[in-house]
Design a protein around this ligand. Structure first.
Ligand code: KG4
Ligand code: ZN
Length: 367
């Protein structure tokens, strides 16, 4: 079945056409129009501007994706959670297309989309027609998903496809939001996650000790606003060295030497390590309690190399039977292909929504 995916819940207008069957969901075409350059000026996403930009882009993108081909068999659209200004645009476009084409609609939860982003397949794997490739990125249940993005940080236990239990989430800022806010303190452009992780590559993770909020607490919740505050206080009380002057660390105070102040790279590496330690620590704790067959890492922050590689290493070393799935880099960020994959599973269960009944919910909780 051919599914048209539509995503407009934040600052990416994305449309994709996927061919889904027992063998998986293959991307036929996809386009994402990012609004980052516009929101950069304001240091974050401005909902009114986002809504207007989505409205400008959505119809041309659908036309480009379909490119005079036959209408799809279903439309999968994100109807929550997210910014109301963007969700409405996707929902209204879908309503019109569904009516005009007489094609059914699946309303998709954005987080469910991120979960299924790990299952997106490109045409190359189809051409190879290798049976083993068909299963290598398929989620086996029960699964445990860590979704970390600019708007969410949640640990979700998935007993079977479509059956979710949020076992923990952030009580304040999301992990991506924390990256973005701390990047702003460092005068780095929005979005800050990729900037910080790039600088962190050559920094010392032990240069500054940042707190690991809630890591030892007896629950699966997260809190990142304290980490942001401690970064703020550190920057108020200290000055970052312009650049490293020595290729090695000097021992503090020996022979009257002044220790090297940390560089921005050290700051970023130490800060990134603190976030990674908390995210990984909580995920491993959940894995021990719930014994999943698959661990999924998804959402914008899953693009973070340190996070991916450290979690992968932990799982390989200690839970070698567990399958670890994370999306291709381009599918970590918001995209319509992941919405189409999640929509396919709903369509198989006939979970369709009549175009007259499509409703958006900016706070839609996954259950
Ligand atoms: O999933 P996404 O595209 O949008 C939301 O649903 O929020 O995630 C965007 C977030 C931003 O906060 C961005 O800074 C963060 O993902 N991000 C990263 C990295 N790449 C993107 N955070 C840390 N390291 C990265 N490499
Ligand atoms: Zn997202």
């Amino acid at each position: 079945m051919r599914i048209l995916g539509i995503e407009s819940s934040c600052d990416d207008t994305s449309v994709a056409l996927l061919d889904c069957s027992e063998q998986g969901c293959f991307v036929l075409s996809e386009i994402t129009a990012s609004q980052i350059e516009i929101h950069k000026k304001y240091g974050g996403v401005v909902p009114e501007i986002a809504g207007r930009m989505h409205a400008e882009k959505i119809v041309p993108l659908v036309e480009e994706i379909l490119n005079n081909q036959d209408k799809p068999d279903a439309i999968a659209v994100t109807t929550g959670p997210g910014l109301i200004t963007g969700l409405i645009v996707g929902a209204e476009a879908t309503r019109t297309l569904s009516y005009a084409w007489d094609v059914p609609v699946v309303a998709v939860n954005h987080l469910e989309g991120h979960i299924h982003s790990v299952e997106i397949k490109n045409q190359k794997s189809k051409i190879k027609n290798d049976e083993s490739l068909h299963d290598n990125n398929k989620i086996q249940y029960p699964a445990m998903a860590l979704i970390a993005s600019g708007g969410h940080t949640s640990l979700i236990y998935i007993e079977q496809q479509g059956k979710y239990k949020i076992i923990g989430k952030t009580v304040d800022d999301a992990a991506g939001e924390c990256f973005d806010k701390v990047a702003k303190l460092l005068d780095l452009p929005y979005p800050g996650g990729p900037q910080i992780s790039q600088l962190a590559l050559t920094g010392n993770t032990k240069a500054i000790h940042f707190p690991r909020p809630m890591l030892k607490d007896d629950n699966y919740n997260f809190s990142f606003s304290g980490l942001k505050t401690s970064a703020l206080y550190w920057l108020k009380d200290n000055t970052l060295a312009a650049e490293k002057t020595l290729p090695y660390e000097l021992p503090t105070g020996i022979y009257g030497q002044v220790p090297n102040p940390p560089t921005i790279n050290d700051f970023c590496a130490s800060f990134e390590q603190a976030i990674a330690d908390v995210l990984i620590g909580k995920t491993i704790k959940a894995v021990k309690e719930y014994n999943p067959k698959t661990v999924i890492l998804a959402g914008g922050v899953s693009a973070n190399k340190k996070l991916r590689e450290t979690l992968k290493q932990h799982l390989t070393d200690n839970f070698s039977d567990i399958k670890f799935l994370y999306p291709d880099l381009k599918y970590c960020m918001d995209n319509a292909s992941m919405i189409a994959v999640a929509g396919y599973y709903q369509a198989q269960k006939n979970h369709y929504t009549d175009w007259k009944e499509i409703k958006v919910d900016p706070n839609w909780e996954l259950i």
